[in-house]
Design a protein around this ligand. Structure first.
Ligand SMILES: Nc1ncnc2c1ncn2[C@@H]1O[C@H](COP(=O)(O)OP(=O)(O)OP(=O)(O)O)[C@@H](O)[C@H]1O
Ligand SMILES: [Mg+2]
Length: 265
């Protein structure tokens, strides 16, 4: 099997960033949306592709779950949210958002291919792709179909999670998608009462970090407002949560710039 087939380049999209993890529920979608919101707040043109076909969460998080995307028979058209982020997700094509997608692997992969190959994204500075967890069939198709500028790996500090995270990092390397670094989620929590930041794990996570061998782009603390939010709208985030989002975006942009300068050498 050819692991790295030819990928179709879209000249209108400047950079494509994948948000991946080894494990489910570690905060990929949260990180992906905060990243996209921060970039959009800098007046960049941003799109989000929901590659989590069986567990899509972008429509809600971006506040467009009541909208339905359209197709003219040959192209799919993203929905534009209030902050100007263009989004495509399988849930934007279902009659009801709670309808499960019960498809076999090849069909799931086709959806990803269509989102990339047959969609009218317009001109974008960044397309952020929210991955399904792990090294599944869909994740593999996404990595084989979309020419990623870089991947942001999301992890939580537990060592065993780190071991699983390193599987997805290795898969990405095998598919020639460069991992930019990690966003470490929920290493600390911000107390909703006193605002103090507390470590959630007594032990440091140096072992797990070292095993993955990636730079840490940003740390994202647990925040009650993020846990409780139905959507992550820029206007409803606190200044602190906006700062978290900006840190992720700056970390990603720095890593991307150093990747470029390394490859230019
Ligand atoms: N920093 C955080 N603070 C508070 N809650 C968080 C934080 N990060 C994630 N969560 C919460 O944890 C849950 C899982 O997060 P999220 O959906 O982003 O993970 P995921 O990795 O995309 O999951 P899946 O693998 O199912 O796609 C969500 O309810 C989210 O609100
Ligand atoms: Mg998710």
């Amino acid at each position: 099997m050819d692991l790295v087939p030819e990928k179709k380049i879209n000249p209108k999209i400047k950079r494509v960033i994948g948000v991946v993890s080894g494990k489910g529920g570690v905060g990929k979608s949260t990180v992906a949306v905060l990243l996209a919101q921060s970039l959009a707040a800098r007046e960049l043109r941003v799109g989000m592709l929901d590659a989590d076909i069986t567990g899509p969460s972008l429509p809600r998080l971006l506040g467009v779950d009541s909208f339905r995307a359209e197709s003219d028979g040959s192209k799919l058209f993203p929905i534009v949210n209030e902050e100007g982020i263009r989004v495509l997700s399988i849930n934007l094509f279902n009659e009801r958002e709670d309808e499960p997608v019960i498809w076999r692997g090849p069909l799931l992969g086709k959806a990803i291919e269509q989102f990339w190959n047959d969609s009218d994204w317009g001109d974008l500075d960044y397309l952020i792709v929210d991955f399904p967890p792990g090294t599944s069939d869909i994740a593999l198709t996404a990595l084989q179909t979309i020419p990623f500028s870089g991947l942001v790996v999301v992890g939580t500090p537990q060592d065993y999670v780190s071991m699983i995270v390193s599987k997805s990092v290795k898969m990405a390397a095998m598919l020639k998608a460069p991992a930019l670094g990690m966003v470490e989620n929920m290493r600390t929590m911000v107390c909703p009462h006193c605002g103090k930041e507390t470590k959630l794990f007594d032990d440091g996570n140096e072992g797990g970090r070292a095993r993955i061998g990636l730079p840490v782009l940003a740390e994202l603390p647990w925040r009650k407002e993020v846990a409780q939010a139905r959507s992550l709208r820029w206007s409803s985030l606190s200044a602190e949560a906006k700062k978290d989002a900006d840190t992720i975006a700056s970390g990603m942009e720095l890593a991307l710039a150093s990747l470029k300068s390394a490859s230019a050498r």
